[in-house]
Ligand binder design. Structure first.
Ligand SMILES: [Cu+2]
Length: 142
C-alpha cells in the first residue's frame, strides 16, 4: 500500500511542478506585456507629453530622454494635496530621489499607478535659467 502511494506521488509531483513553472512564466510574461510604455523627452525647459495620463492599476514604463542638455527627473510618489503621512500612490520598481538624465540617453522609470491623483515631477539637475520652472505632471485617472 505504501509503495503504491509513493509511486503515485512520484508520478504526480513532477507534473504539478511543471504546471506551476508554466503558470509562473505565463503570468510573468503577462505582467511584462501589460506595461504601458510612455515616451517623454526633456529639453530646456519642458517635458513633452505633460501632463501624462494613465489609468489606475496601470504598470507604466516611462522612457525619458534628455535631448539638448543633461536634465533630471524627480517625482512625488504621493499625489498633490495628500496628507503628509499619506501612503505612496505611485509604486516604483526602483525608487530614486533624482534620476539623472544624460543628454541623448534614455532612462526607464517603472511604476505602478496605484492611486488616482496628480503627481508633480520636475527637473532636479541644474540646467540653466529656466530650470526651476521645468515641471510636469502625471495624472492617474480612476
Ligand atoms: Cu533643470
Amino acid at each position: 500500500m505504501k509503495k503504491i502511494a509513493k509511486r503515485f506521488l512520484l508520478s504526480i509531483v513532477p507534473k504539478s511542478l511543471l504546471g506551476l513553472a508554466i503558470f509562473l512564466s505565463l503570468s510573468v510574461r503577462a505582467q511584462v506585456q501589460s506595461a504601458q510604455v510612455i515616451e517623454v523627452t526633456a529639453k530646456k525647459y519642458e517635458y513633452s507629453n505633460s501632463p501624462v495620463h494613465v489609468k489606475i492599476g496601470t504598470k507604466v514604463q516611462l522612457k525619458v530622454t534628455a535631448t539638448d542638455h543633461d536634465h533630471g527627473f524627480k517625482i512625488s510618489a504621493v499625489p498633490d494635496a495628500a496628507p503628509p503621512n499619506g501612503a505612496n500612490g505611485l509604486i516604483f520598481i526602483s525608487a530614486h530621489d533624482c534620476w539623472q538624465l544624460k543628454k541623448g540617453e534614455t532612462t526607464t522609470i517603472e511604476f505602478l499607478a496605484q492611486t488616482p491623483g496628480t503627481y508633480a515631477f520636475k527637473c532636479c539637475h541644474t540646467c540653466g535659467l529656466g530650470h526651476k520652472g521645468m515641471k510636469g505632471q502625471i495624472i492617474v485617472e480612476p
